[in-house]
Design a protein. Structure first.
Length: 190
């Protein structure tokens, strides 16, 4: 750009000198020379200003280049931290998903246990009601036993009444055994 300005100035001077002519005299030549000198000073001043501005712009470009490098480093560090954070979050998410699956599996097992225990409790309640009825029958049977039955029970010869009472007692024992609660293998009631 500097070269272009100088070249323009020289061409301008040459054209002025060519148009002035040699025959006009010294005063005309002096005016032309003075004019050319003014133009040269003006071109020189403009060149100085342009050089100063060029130097200033180069400094700004250098500053911006440094800032860009700093911003690039900062963004690279931030990107690296972000990637590390994402990796950590991903690992935490996978661990949480595994924990959730295990918790749901445990919950399902507990739910099955609760259902099984509820069924056992229902069965126990039903059998308990039946046992109460058997006991009432037994008590009723015992209360209705008269003196004659008591004497026959201890009769030593035939012992028919004793066998009958033992049969009744065995029948009640069988019914009680049938109604007795038996815990299923592998289950625990707390």
């Amino acid at each position: 750009m500097r070269t272009r300005v100088l070249l323009s100035g020289v061409i301008l001077i040459a054209s002025v000198v060519a148009t002035a002519g040699v025959s006009a005299g010294e005063t005309e030549d002096q005016r032309i020379v003075a004019r050319v000198q003014r133009m040269l000073r003006q071109v020189s001043q403009e060149r100085g200003l342009l050089q100063t501005e060029n130097t200033k712009l180069k400094g700004e470009v250098d500053d911006l280049t440094k800032k860009l490098g700093g911003l690039k480093k900062t963004s690279d560090v931030a990107l690296s931290k972000s990637r590390e954070s994402n990796a950590t979050l991903s690992e935490n998410l996978q661990q949480t998903v595994q924990n959730l699956r295990k918790t749901e599996s445990d919950r399902n097992q507990l739910q099955e246990t609760v259902v099984g225990q509820a069924q056992q409790i229902d069965s126990c309640e039903s059998k308990n009601v039946d046992l109460v009825l058997v006991n009432r029958e037994l008590i009723d049977h015992y209360e209705k036993k008269g003196i004659f039955d008591a004497l026959l029970q201890h009769e030593p010869v035939t012992q028919l009444k004793r066998v009958e009472i033992e049969n009744i007692a065995q029948e009640y024992q069988d019914r009680i055994d049938q109604l007795e609660f038996r815990r299923k293998a592998g289950t625990t009631i707390h």
